[in-house]
Design a protein around this ligand. Structure first.
Ligand SMILES: Cc1cc2nc3c(=O)[nH]c(=O)nc-3n(C[C@H](O)[C@H](O)[C@H](O)COP(=O)(O)OP(=O)(O)OC[C@H]3O[C@@H](n4cnc5c(N)ncnc54)[C@H](O)[C@@H]3O)c2cc1C
Ligand code: SF4
Length: 643
């Protein structure tokens, strides 16, 4: 390797670190900025073209009879060391300090003093250069808001070279000088609000204020309205954070602190994946493992055992003879409360044995549940994480989500307790079980929260497949003959609990195959589970389960035919439908819906490399078989309430 020509100087200054490395790191950004700065000169090439025959000048009007002579006067006075107080030439004599047209305080005009007499072309070029600035500011703002450099570039070109700036404001220089500061101010405002930095918000205010010096008060009023609207939008978007947002914008002393009950900051995921198209859970999970130094070698970077993820080993079917431990009981009588609700006429879903309410409601009970989990269930958690069984809806899951979500337990104390148990009983607890459990809490839980804050409020409206079907009424009663759905829904109605695969591959899977509107699916999940809080429910339902976000959370839709359900559960053995048949009166409805789903969304999914296999199988089927499947799917959708 050749030595770098740049050396660290004695005071510790390194040109490599200060200049070369940042330039390398931000080279695409620099390239975009250079393009945006140069493009206006390309569009207005006739202003500076050396060949006089091709040259054009700005149209005769305010630019020639007001702006140019006024600016030339200001530049000459300043150059000669005089304050440009009174211009005896403009309109038969005019006060230059009090007339905004002179824009004597506008900082970008100060360079004009270098000319003994301001050339007309210099002022034209200044106007063109300001278009470039408008483009760069817009690029920075939109890239920040969308996380996409391409979006920033398109917006930058549109604003700087679009009809608004390149027409009237070019000739009415003061409008241009005021308008271009809007995107710069919004960009800094956004940074300031994100960082809760009063200083940065103040700088944003100062930058917007340069627009006043630009000289067009009416345009500045629009700029101020837009900045105010942006501030309100940001405050609304942050919802719970709106107080911090406003406080940061106002001269009120305040300190905003993050919730102590998570392992990452609310915007940490957005910052971690800044500029990336997708959020990969695995990358974030590894980041969290390193951040909290969990399950790492002494070097603090390498995963224990050399592997980060044992997901592939967490997919076993439950053996018929494997005993599952009885769940601890926290029985308490809550009939006072249910009576109160009944008297108040509050309607509800599901069934509740009010005299034997069996959920941990105190910290002591939550700790008891944690102890029970690490001792009795953790050893099998990994292997049977995806399994489902008729006899037991909990299997080896922890049931800790409620205690975690209502902050009776801290996620770090939960994973540390699991790690301690594994350290004490390494022969009994496979590492894959421990890793699988740590991944759920340190990985998935933190990840979905980050996605929620990064993508809301637009996330709540996403509907990638444009699904519009209604949720079948039996989702609220469990009254269907499809046994897997009946079992999982009834369990959910009785216990307000279903484990992850029941939620994802039974109820979620069927709703997605059927094409139910994600709003209805969300409402169901939010209403039915005791651990349902929007920040965790929404990315799981709309994202992971319904793929309504088009792939922000998952790389492909989680759909399956009866094949998967038969492999991972014993539900099919109790079902009147046949998991092997694709059509016919006894055919499992999942099968026809599964192929119908891929068929109707081929335009959106065919190119997804993770789905290619399904399309190959579909395309290998003969046309008659395909036709029968699609007809059966149509019948299933029409008769869904009767299934
Ligand atoms: C469609 C759908 C909706 C869901 N809605 C919710 C919800 O409203 N509230 C909720 O807490 N979880 C939700 N989940 C995630 C997960 O199903 C539950 O956290 C889990 O089933 C709770 O049971 P448990 O405590 O026994 O979990 P375990 O299997 O024992 O896992 C341990 C812990 O890991 C965390 N965890 C595991 N998977 C996830 C995940 N995907 N996202 C966030 N945390 C996770 C939970 O805190 C859980 O308690 C949803 C999943 C799906 C597919
Ligand atoms: S046959 Fe189909 S509907 Fe019945 S339990 Fe199996 S997957 Fe569910």
């Amino acid at each position: 390797m050749s030595p770098s020509p740049l050396v660290r100087d004695q005071a510790g200054f390194s040109a490599e670190a200060w200049f070369v490395a940042p330039i390398k790191r931000h080279r695409l950004l620099l390239l975009a900025a250079i393009c945006l700065a140069v493009l206006p000169f390309v569009l207005f090439w006739q202003v500076w073209w050396p060949d006089a025959r091709q040259r054009r000048v700005f149209a005769h009007g305010d630019f020639t009879i007001q702006h140019y002579p006024m600016r030339a006067f200001v530049a000459r006075e300043l150059r000669q060391g005089r304050l440009p107080l009174w211009d005896p030439y403009a309109f038969g004599g005019e006060s230059a300090v009090s007339e905004s047209l002179f824009a004597i305080y506008y900082p970008l005009g100060f360079w004009e003093v270098i000319f003994p007499t301001l050339p007309f072309t210099a002022l034209e070029l200044e106007a063109v250069a300001q278009l470039g600035l408008a483009g760069i500011f817009t690029f920075l703002l939109v890239r920040r808001l969308t996380g996409r450099a391409a979006a920033g570039l398109i917006a930058g070109v549109t604003f700087s070279l679009g009809g608004f700036l390149t027409s009237y404001p070019m000739l009415q220089l003061i409008i241009l000088q005021t308008a271009i500061w809007l995107p710069a101010g919004l960009w800094l405002l956004d940074i300031g609000l994100d960082r809760r930095s009063l200083r940065c918000v103040a700088v944003a205010g100062a930058v917007l204020g340069v627009g006043i010096l630009g000289g067009h008060f009416q345009t500045f009023l629009y700029v101020a309205y837009a900045a105010g609207a942006f501030l309100l939008f940001r405050a609304g978007r942050l919802r719970l954070g709106w107080r911090c947002t406003l406080a940061a914008a106002l001269p009120i002393e305040c300190r905003c602190v993050s919730s102590e009950h998570f392992l990452s900051e609310r915007d940490e995921l957005a910052r971690f994946f800044s500029g990336k198209k997708t959020y990969l859970m695995e990358r974030y999970y590894r980041h969290m493992r390193v951040k909290w130094q969990l399950l790492l070698e002494p070097d603090g970077r390498t995963p224990l055992t050399g592997r980060w993820n044992y997901d592939a080993e967490n997919r076993k079917r439950l053996p018929a003879n494997l005993r599952t431990p009885p769940a601890p009981s926290f029985v308490r009588d809550v009939s006072n409360l249910t009576d109160l609700l009944a008297r108040a006429g509050v309607s509800s879903i599901g069934t509740l044995d009010a005299r034997h309410f069996n959920w941990p409601l105190t910290r002591a009970e939550s700790l008891q549940l944690l102890e029970h989990f690490v001792r009795e269930r953790l050893p099998y958690f990994g292997d049977y994480q995806d399994a489902m069984a008729e006899r037991d809806g909990l299997l080896f899951h922890s049931r800790l989500s409620f205690s975690l979500n209502v902050k009776l337990l801290h996620p770090l104390e939960v994973v540390r307790r699991a790690i301690a148990e594994w350290e004490a009983r390494p022969a009994e607890i496979p590492f894959s079980a421990l890793e699988g459990f740590v991944r759920q809490i340190v990985g998935w839980r933190e990840y979905v929260r980050g996605v929620y804050w990064a993508e809301m409020p637009r996330y709540r409206k996403m509907n990638f497949f444009e699904h519009a079907a209604a949720l079948p009424g039996w989702y609220w009663t469990g009254q269907t003959r499809m046994h897997c759905l009946r079992r999982v829904i009834q369990q959910s109605l009785e216990q307000a609990y279903a484990h992850h695969i029941q939620r994802l591959m039974v109820t979620g899977n069927f709703a997605l195959l059927l094409g139910v509107h994600p709003d209805e699916v969300d409402a169901w999940y939010l209403g039915i589970y005791q651990d349902a809080i929007e920040w965790v429910e929404l990315p799981n339902t709309r994202g992971m389960s319904q793929f309504a976000d088009g792939g922000i959370v998952g790389t492909k839709p989680y759909v399956s035919s009866a094949n998967y359900l038969q492999r991972m559960s014993n539900y099919c053995a109790h079902c009147p439908y046949d998991p092997k048949q694709r059509y016919g009166p006894k055919a499992c409805p999942f099968n026809a819906l599964y192929w119908d789903f891929y068929h109707r969304h081929a335009g959106r999914l065919r190119g997804n490399p993770r789905i290619g296999m399904a399309y190959q199988v579909w395309e290998r089927m003969d046309a008659q078989e395909q036709q029968r499947i699609l007809e059966h799917a149509r019948w299933v959708k029409e008769a869904v309430e009767e299934l």
